[in-house]
Ligand binder design. Sequence first.
Ligand SMILES: [Zn+2]
Length: 294
Amino acid sequence: MRSPAQVIKQAHRLLAEMDVNGPPTPVVACVAHAKLSIEGRFSLGQLPPGEYRALIDDEVFHLAIEHTSGLLDRTNSRIYLKAGMVPGRRNFVTLHEVGHGWLPWQRLHPTHPDGEQNLDPDTRAREEWEANVFAAETLFQLDWFEREARDLPFELQSAMALANRFEASVHASLRRFVERHDQRAVLLVVERYPVVRPAGARHRVVAVHWSGPFRQRYRQWKKPRWLPTALFAPLRTKNVAVHFEGELPLDTGNEVVSMALQGFRNEHHILLLGRPRDGQRLPRRMARSIMHTR
Ligand SMILES: [Zn+2]
């Protein structure tokens, strides 16, 4: 079992060998440095299964294509990428595949990309996690991102500016921005399209990320699982909203505090940056009226 530190050390080794000092990370050069190449003629999913030499049967092939944005064929050291990804996402996925080829203990596998049958599920899940850590560390250049984030106001716009500078997606940048920040904040990843119910339309919360200080302060926080569509009114006609009229009550078990929101909408998700207005308590019934925790 490898620790995150071992993966980070390998990300550091790649950046150091390539003399990378500051954003953006030269993703294409990283591919070459790891002695890999990107399949440029075809996108993932456009080749007949027989062309992916590492993928043995049709079933695995279709499973892999459905759930994967990238693939490393270890038999020819080639990376296949899904078509139509936004550049930030494409960079992340590319570096994820570089991770599979660069991490020494993964490189030793005789064959096989994601979709591999011979690996047991636990090993595969761990290798996916390692490749994601590697991709984030190389794309955001270890603590370089944090150092730049520290000098910027704690706002959605700062995370968007960093996404631009590091050529990363807003989603990945915002997550790192929140998780590494020394202020209390939470990032809610919400499905963009609502589920319509007799009681009204609501959006599913698919993931929650928080800063260390937030977790410390609000250990008892009841994470919302659904949010009402009305909350997202500022994003109805635009993709970025830095001011929300509505607010999200934060039920921490023994008190309810108000949380200021900023939001960003991409193809699949709404990303909500929430910062608690510490000291401002709300009546408990307000939490019940807005949050559906069942
Ligand atoms: Zn993978």
